[in-house]
Design a protein around this ligand. Structure first.
Ligand SMILES: NC(=O)c1ccc[n+]([C@@H]2O[C@H](COP(=O)([O-])OP(=O)(O)OC[C@H]3O[C@@H](n4cnc5c(N)ncnc54)[C@H](O)[C@@H]3O)[C@@H](O)[C@H]2O)c1
Length: 394
C-alpha cells in the first residue's frame, strides 16, 4: 500500500449525532487519515442528504450494507481501510461483522455490542480473519493514562491492593428521555442499549481504565444496579465491588444521577508502596503519593527520570509520543487522536502483510470489548441474585 492517507468510512453520525464529531476531528488530526465515505443515518434518503451536507466532500451511501458492498469495486486509492462505527449499541454488531468479512478493519464505539453472544462472534471472527479491531475507549488515549499504566505495571507502587475506578455524571438525574432528547432516549432502552444503562454506557469506561492502568482483570463481582429515576427501565447508578486477578480488590462505580458531575472519570490505585490518582477532567497530570513524603505531581511533557521515584531510563516510545509542550493543554480530542494513530499503525502493517499488535497497549481491542460486555452480563446476574458471581472466561 502506498503512503496515501488511510480512508475511513463512517457508520452513523448524521442529524445531531454526538460522538462522531470528536472522532472525525481525531481522524484528520495527523493528515495521514481522512473520512471519505459515510452511511450516516438509518433512513437512506436522509443518509444521502446528510452526506451531501457534510462539511467536506464524502461519498454518501443509503446504508452501511451499500457502503461495504460498494467497496469491492473501488480502485485501491478509494477503498476503505477501516470503518468507524458510531451508532447506538444495537447497531454495532452487524456492520462490524459485515466489514470484517469484506476485509475492512473496524473501530467500534463502546460498549462493543448488546450481549455476550454477539461479543463471542465478534472475537471469533476478528481472530479467524486476522482483522485489526479497535474499541473506542477514549480515555486510554490520554498520555497520562499511558504514563499511569507504566508506573503501575512496572511495580513502582508495589503490589496493587485496591483500585477505585469511577465515572460520575449528572445529565440523567431527571427523566430527560421523556423530552425526546436524542442521546438519552436510546441509552435507557434495553433493546437499543443492552442489559445495563449506566453500567454499559460509562461503567465499561471505568472498567477499561482499571484494566488498562493496572493490567489486572476482574475475576468476581458483587453488584448493585439501581434505578433512581422513576419509570426508567435500566440502571442509572452502578456500584460494583470486584475481586482482582492478583488477589486485590476494586470498586468500579458509575452514576448518571449525580447532579453537578459532568464527565468525572478517575482512578485511584493504592499499592503496597504508594498511591496513584488521576482524573480525566484534569488530564494533564497524575499525582503520586508516597508514605511520609510530599505528593508528587507529574505533568505531561515535563517528566524526567531519576528523580528519586522514577528510574533514570523511561520507556522511549512513551516519552517520544508526539505531544505539544507541557502547559499547552491536551484533552479529549487529543486522546481520540492517539487511539486512531495507534490503530492506523496496525492497519498499515496489516495492509503490508506484516504482523500487527492489536495488543491493547495503544487502544482497546476486541477482547477488551468482550470483557466490557462480559462484565455487564456478570453484574446483571450478580445484582439479580445478590451473590458474588464469577467472571466468565474468554
Ligand atoms: N467513547 C466515548 O467516549 C463515547 C461517548 C459517547 C458515546 N459513545 C458511544 O458511541 C455510540 C453513539 O453514541 P452517540 O451519543 O454519538 O449517539 P447519537 O444518538 O448521538 O448518534 C448515533 C448516530 O447513529 C445513527 N444511526 C442509528 N442507526 C443507524 C443505522 N442503522 N445506520 C446508520 N446510522 C445509524 C443515528 O442516526 C445517529 O446519527 C454509542 O455506542 C455510545 O455508547 C462513546
Amino acid at each position: 500500500m502506498s503512503n496515501r492517507p488511510l480512508n475511513v468510512g463512517l457508520v452513523g453520525g448524521g442529524k445531531g449525532a454526538f460522538i462522531v464529531n470528536p472522532h472525525q476531528k481525531a481522524i484528520h488530526f495527523d493528515g495521514t487519515r481522512r473520512v471519505v465515505a459515510g452511511a450516516l443515518f438509518p433512513d437512506p434518503k436522509i443518509a444521502l442528504e446528510e452526506a451531501a451536507n457534510w462539511p467536506y466532500p464524502i461519498r454518501g451511501y443509503g446504508s452501511y450494507d451499500e457502503m461495504i458492498a460498494a467497496n469491492k469495486s473501488l480502485p485501491d486509492a478509494e477503498k476503505l481501510d477501516y470503518i468507524l462505527i458510531v451508532t447506538p449499541n444495537f447497531v454495532h454488531f452487524d456492520p462490524a461483522m459485515k466489514a470484517m468479512k469484506a476485509g475492512i478493519a473496524v473501530i467500534c464505539e463502546k460498549p462493543l455490542c448488546l450481549n455476550l453472544r454477539e461479543a463471542n462472534e465478534l472475537v471469533k471472527t476478528a481472530r479467524k480473519l486476522n482483522v485489526p479491531f479497535g474499541v473506542a475507549h477514549t480515555y486510554l488515549g490520554h498520555w497520562t493514562s499511558r504514563f499511569s499504566r507504566y508506573v503501575v505495571q512496572s511495580g513502582l507502587l508495589g503490589e496493587v491492593r485496591w483500585v477505585d475506578s469511577y465515572y460520575l455524571q449528572g445529565w440523567l438525574a431527571t427523566k430527560l428521555e421523556a423530552t425526546g432528547q436524542q442521546q438519552a432516549t436510546w441509552r435507557v432502552d434495553p433493546k437499543r442499549a443492552g442489559g445495563s444503562g449506566c453500567g454499559g454506557d460509562i461503567g465499561t469506561h471505568a472498567l477499561m481504565q482499571l484494566r488498562y492502568v493496572t493490567g489486572l482483570d476482574v475475576t468476581e463481582v458483587s453488584a448493585q444496579m439501581e434505578t433512581f429515576v422513576e419509570g426508567r427501565q435500566l440502571d442509572d447508578h452502578f456500584t460494583i465491588y470486584c475481586k482482582l486477578s492478583n488477589g486485590g480488590k476494586a470498586l468500579v462505580r458509575a452514576s448518571q444521577i449525580c447532579i453537578g458531575s459532568k464527565n468525572d472519570l478517575g482512578i485511584v490505585v493504592a499499592g503496597t508502596k504508594g498511591t496513584l490518582r488521576w482524573r480525566q477532567e484534569e488530564p494533564e497530570s497524575i499525582t503520586i503519593c508516597l508514605p511520609n513524603q510530599p505528593d508528587r505531581v507529574y505533568w505531561r511533557g515535563a517528566v524526567t527520570g531519576g528523580d528519586g521515584f522514577l528510574p533514570k531510563e523511561l520507556p522511549a516510545d512513551l516519552m517520544a509520543e508526539p505531544t505539544i509542550p507541557a502547559g499547552h493543554p491536551e484533552a479529549f480530542h487529543d486522546a481520540f487522536a492517539r487511539l486512531h494513530r495507534g490503530f492506523e499503525a496496525d492497519v498499515r502493517k496489516w495492509k503490508a502483510g506484516e504482523k500487527f499488535n492489536c495488543d491493547g497497549g495503544k487502544y482497546a481491542n476486541v477482547e477488551d470489548g468482550w470483557k466490557g460486555i462480559a462484565f455487564i452480563e456478570t453484574c446483571v446476574k450478580s445484582a439479580a441474585s445478590g451473590k458474588w458471581t464469577k467472571f466468565p472466561k474468554l
